[in-house]
Design a protein around this ligand. Structure first.
Ligand code: DGY
Length: 324
């Protein structure tokens, strides 16, 4: 127990994780969303030795440089585009994230979203709730059959691979693009074709699923021009980060029939959603939940908390696997 060490958990997380840190340190838990505002981090982060933060908290260079006492930033997410990792390194602050533990939940969630779009599940359910179910309809709510279709994966990391494995069980063919080509064994297991160019992958695929990190190079990777290359029957799934897709261009493409459908779990300006999207029946909109299972959210919290306990407890950084 080290009550002299002050930890900020920027908003309520799984109770067991808050209890674990509270048993060891002086813990403050912020109000939900309060630290999404940069000025609140700027004013307050300097008082803490460690922060367990959310992907919605902007820890940019200015915030990091204001936090002279901070030893570690543990992000309660695998994606860490909200943190200026270079600035943290320069300031001698460790950064941790939550890889591996969310792979299955996120791949399951992505596949649920993909099926929801392909089989028009939310749209059909909404119609039933409106009282429009008039019996089995031979031509009602026809969707896309997955068997034999090509799933194009952009970003063949852990989650992209998990989605590909699930797609194989549905009889889909896998094509992918990644910064570096997957090893032979994985390509063989998935029967996956590597396609060197994103435009070409988009041209060939029936469904595109995005699993790349958000970087300067992937911002608006899917833009108006790329959308016009996709098949008219194509579906776009995004469970990575919102800004990978130009949301206004996507809304226009969905309206004009340039592509057939989309499933989004993430948005360019979260929590805002482009105003045209909610009115469109050909897209399924989730509130960033693909990793949201009891088991996974608890495991993510423990992984982040354990990195804090390790660093503040004097463990060798090399022994903490989830430091970036
Ligand atoms: C992440 O961890 O990066 C996801 O977006 C949320 O689980």
């Amino acid at each position: 127990m080290d009550r002299a060490k002050r930890i900020l958990i920027t908003e309520p997380i799984m109770q067991a994780v808050m209890d674990k840190l509270s048993a060891r340190f002086d813990v403050t838990v912020g109000r939900r969303g309060y630290y999404n505002k940069k000025e609140n981090l700027l004013n307050e982060l300097r008082d803490y030795d460690a922060v367990l933060c959310m992907l919605s908290n902007p820890l940019d260079r200015e915030v990091i440089e204001s936090a002279g006492r901070l030893r570690i930033i543990a992000n309660n997410a695998v994606g860490y585009n909200n943190i200026d990792v270079d600035a943290a390194r320069e300031a001698g602050i460790f950064v941790a994230n939550t890889p591996d533990v969310l792979t299955d939940a996120t791949a399951d969630g992505t596949f649920a979203l993909l099926l929801a779009v392909a089989r028009r599940i939310p749209e059909a359910e909404r119609a039933l709730r409106r009282g429009e179910f008039d019996g089995w309809n031979p031509t009602g709510f026809l969707g896309m059959e997955l068997r034999g279709k090509t799933l194009g994966i952009i970003g063949m990391g852990r989650i992209g691979t998990g989605v590909a494995r699930r797609a194989l069980a549905f009889g889909m063919k896998i094509a992918y693009h990644n910064r570096s080509r997957a090893d032979d064994a994985l390509e063989k297991e998935l029967g996956a074709a590597y396609i060197d160019s994103v435009p070409e992958l988009c041209r060939q695929s029936d469904i595109i699923s995005l699993h790349c990190p958000l970087t300067a190079g992937t911002k608006h990777l899917i833009n108006g021009e790329i959308l016009t290359l996709m098949k008219k029957t194509a579906i776009l799934i995004n469970a990575s980060r919102g800004p990978v897709v130009d949301e206004a261009a996507l809304a226009a493409a969905l309206k004009s029939g340039t592509i057939a459908g989309a499933g989004l779990d993430v948005y360019e300006h979260e929590p805002e959603v482009h105003p045209d999207l909610p009115a469109l029946e050909n897209c399924v909109l989730l509130p960033h939940i693909t990793s949201a299972t009891h088991e996974t959210r608890e495991a993510m919290g423990h992984l982040a908390a354990d990195a804090i306990i390790g660093i503040l407890g004097g463990k060798a950084p090399e022994s903490i696997a989830n430091l970036l």
